[in-house]
Structures are given as C-alpha cells and as structure tokens.
Ligand binder design. Structure first.
Ligand SMILES: Nc1ncnc2c1ncn2[C@@H]1O[C@H](COP(=O)(O)OP(=O)(O)O)[C@@H](O)[C@H]1O
Ligand SMILES: CC(C)(COP(=O)(O)O)[C@@H](O)C(=O)NCCC(=O)O
Length: 306
C-alpha cells in the first residue's frame, strides 16, 4: 500500500499481543450477543483484533475528555462532556456495519454507564425519487448522491449535545424510509459508519471527519470485497422471495443466474468505480486501517503515528 508513510504497519501476530494480559475468555452472554450481530464473525478476531482495538479507543476517549477539561480550565469556563465520535469508512460490502455493530456492543460492555449509539450515513442518501429527479439513480453511493450539508449539520449538532434525528435507509426497500428516524440524544460515544465519512464535500470547507475523534478505514482486496458483495446479494435474495414488497423480490423469484449477472454489473458499473474514485482515496485520512483477508479475517493494521 502506498502513501502510508505516517502509519505504523502492524502485522496481526504483533497486534494480538497488545493488551494480551487483560484479555479474558468471552462469557456465554458475550458470545450470544456477538452471534446476534453476525454468527459468522471469527471469535479469534474478536479476542485478538477487536479487544485490543476497543482498549485503544478507550485511551483516545479518556485523553480526549482530559484535553477538553484542561482547555475549559484554561478558558475559565465550566468543563462539560462532549460526545466522542468514531467514524468507520470503507467500500460498499467490506463489512463496515458489522464492525460498527460489534464495536458498539464491545464498547457498551466495557463502559456500561456510557451511552453508545450508532448511525449509518446511508440515511443521508437522497430518497430514490429525488435521485431520479437529479438523474442520479445510477450514482447511488457516489458523493453527489448524499445530502452532505445535512450530514455535516447533524454531526455538528451531535457534538453540541443537541438531540437530533438521523434518517434511516432500508436495504429491503432500497430507499430512505419516509418519516422514520433514529434519535441521537447526547450519547457518550457515537459511531458513524458509511462509505463517505472521510470524504470532502465539493462545496464545503469542512469535512464530516473534522468532528471525528477517531476514524477507521476497513480495507480489503477488491476481488474479496466483490465476493462479499455478491454473497450479501444472495443472502438478500434468500430473505426477499417471501415478500413481494421487497425491492429484491423480482430477482428472488426469477432466474438466479440472471440475478447474479445483474449484481455483477452493478458492482462493475457502480460500486467498483465508486470505490476507486471516491472511497479508496480517503483511506490515508483514517487513524487506523484494518486490512482484511479471506473470510473477513484481519491480517494487518496500520495505525497513524502522528
Ligand atoms: N467479520 C465478518 N465475518 C463474517 N462475515 C462478515 C463479517 N463482516 C461482514 N460480513 C458479511 O459481509 C457482508 C458485508 O458486510 P456489511 O457489514 O453489510 O458491509 P458494509 O456495511 O460495509 O456494506 C455481509 O454479508 C456480512 O454478513
Ligand atoms: C446504499 C449503499 C451506497 C450503502 O453502502 P453499504 O452500507 O452497503 O456499504 C449501497 O448499498 C448501494 O446501494 N449502492 C448502490 C449500488 C448497489 O449496490 O445497488
């Protein structure tokens, strides 16, 4: 990987020894919770990759609050708690939302008194009707398909401790859900997951990531991500065939090979160019890059030095 000279390159075997002495076996209830996120997550990775990662996030969480407290003292104002925002970026189907839900669970477990919330930026994509009006239906996921101004204002409100509603996207209807919102109300930690979280909107001076306290880019070879995309597509078909309202229903009841061919084309003409032109170029802005290999196992990490 080029352009990563300001990162420590840490092989899995080295990373897994960080925080080793603090790692205790997972309890039955923890196992159950992890399986409810995704029953195919490797438990070895939970122990060897994600447990040290959660401790690293804890270091950032505490030092961030300490800095804010000291700054408040310097300014002679009352110190106050500011939500810690963790951004998670990467390609469509690389596993961002799975990692986001796993980290939410693990952080909540370690900090039971803190409120850990999670939102995905999919909800900030314009509704299909609006995409159609803007001739952007074929560009879903590209920077211009998101209401970035709204996302920026949303993150700003979160940082200011204001209650704010995040719009919700459904893979089932392939659209933003009308009148459905996720209420984000002054959490201690907010995880913001999406392909665009490290992007710079063309007409703005601010990055959404300016509001992040830590960011992770989930990375993998394109051929693996494409495979995960197609596998997820098949899983979506498997759940869609009983529900005529599901966007994937016509594909689910039709010829499987034709449906797969369509998904391959969507990858080739939409998600692949988006990855290379707009998502991958944001990788070196992350604080940590998680490099995954076959079966979603993490084999290498790149941690920003400065
Ligand atoms: N750690 C993992 N182990 C096994 N399967 C995974 C893992 N992470 C993601 N997946 C699978 O890969 C596909 C894409 O994951 P998802 O989290 O939906 O990606 P994204 O949010 O980046 O689009 C899904 O089918 C998901 O079940
Ligand atoms: C809505 C999305 C951009 C979100 O990406 P994801 O959360 O799946 O990583 C993506 O799922 C999508 O719909 N892309 C457009 C092309 C397609 O895959 O149908």
């Amino acid at each position: 990987m080029d352009n990563l000279m300001n990162f420590y390159k840490i092989p899995r075997d080295e990373w897994k020894n960080f925080y080793r002495k603090h790692i205790v076996p997972l309890s039955d209830s923890e196992l159950k919770q992890i399986r409810s996120v995704n029953d195919r997550i490797s438990l070895t990775d939970v122990q060897e990759i994600y447990t040290p990662l959660v401790h690293l996030l804890g270091i950032h969480l505490h030092s961030r609050q300490q800095l804010l407290d000291q700054q408040a003292e310097f300014l002679g104002v009352k110190p106050h708690r500011v939500p810690f925002i963790l951004g998670i970026a990467g390609s469509v189907a690389v596993g961002k939302s799975t990692i986001a839900r796993l980290l939410q669970l693990m952080l909540q477990d370690i900090y039971p008194t803190k409120r850990v919330q999670l939102i995905t930026t999919d909800g900030f994509i314009y509704p299909n009707q609006e995409l159609k009006r803007r001739h952007l239906l074929e560009r879903k996921g590209f920077p211009e398909s998101y209401d970035m101004q709204r996302l920026l204002l949303f993150t700003n409100d979160v940082k200011n401790g204001l209650p704010v509603k995040a719009p919700v996207y459904s893979h089932k209807t392939y659209d933003v859900v009308e009148d459905q919102y996720e209420l984000v109300d002054d959490p201690d930690i907010l995880i913001v997951e999406g392909i665009n979280v490290l992007q710079l909107p063309s007409n703005q001076q601010l990055y959404v990531s300016d509001f992040f306290d830590f960011s992770i880019y989930v990375d993998a070879q394109e051929k693996l991500v494409k495979q995960w995309y197609l596998q997820r597509f098949e899983m979506l078909l498997d759940t869609a065939f009983q529900d005529p309202t599901n966007y994937y229903y016509p594909y689910a009841i039709g010829n499987r090979q034709d449906a797969l061919k369509m998904a391959q084309e969507v990858w080739q003409h939409v998600n692949r160019p988006n990855l290379h032109s707009y998502i991958l170029p944001t990788r070196s802005r992350a604080d940590l890059i998680l490099r995954k290999t076959t079966d979603h196992l993490v084999n290498e990490l790149f941690l920003r030095k400065y």
